[in-house]
Design a binder for this molecule. Structure first.
Ligand code: NI
Length: 169
């Protein structure tokens, strides 16, 4: 089932999530819904907080469904290594129509649990490292705009505010 994606300004998107503790049928349905919602958007990543579920769980697929091996489902993730730096344009399904250059690590190793609760460790470089960091931020209630400063941040927030006022957000 495709779930509605929360947008910037909606409470649950901005609150930190809690660990997944049960890998039951309900969690399997949630994972399926998240993958389906990500592909439908379409996007390369989605965190549970973006559909209003306060759990530390995200899905990433750089191929957007074209390559089954690219799908990453990870619960209770933590970084075990991060190094380097990359500066690239970034967007977010919860902030449609906006993007900005964000500083991210060039390489990130994430450890967490898969959808069955088994431990997994995944190394990401380039775009995958960026996606891991972006989705991890969501689990802490943060979005990429929170990482910006100055004029660029003000500009995006002002535009979102204007869209909200005119009922287009
Ligand atoms: Ni996002």
């Amino acid at each position: 089932m495709i779930r509605p994606i929360l947008r910037y300004g909606e409470g649950p998107l901005h609150r930190p999530a809690a660990d997944v503790t049960s890998f039951d049928d309900e969690l399997q349905r949630l994972v399926d819904d998240m993958v389906q919602t990500m592909y439908a958007a379409p996007g390369v990543g989605l965190a549970a907080t973006q559909i209003g579920v306060p759990l530390r769980l995200f899905v990433v697929d750089l191929s957007v469904g074209r390559n089954a091996n690219d799908l990453v489902v990870i619960a209770n993730p933590e970084f075990v290594e991060r190094d380097g730096m990359q500066l690239e344009e970034e967007g977010c399904l919860s902030i449609p129509g906006f993007n900005a250059t964000v500083i991210r690590p060039a390489r990130a190793v994430v450890r967490g649990l898969d959808r069955s609760g088994a431990e997994q460790t995944i190394e990401g470089t380039g775009l995958l490292a960026r996606a891991f960091q972006h989705e991890m931020d969501h689990l802490d209630g943060k979005v990429f705009v929170d990482r910006l400063r100055g004029i660029k941040k003000d500009l995006i927030l002002r535009r979102i505010h204007r869209l909200k006022r005119s009922g287009k957000w």
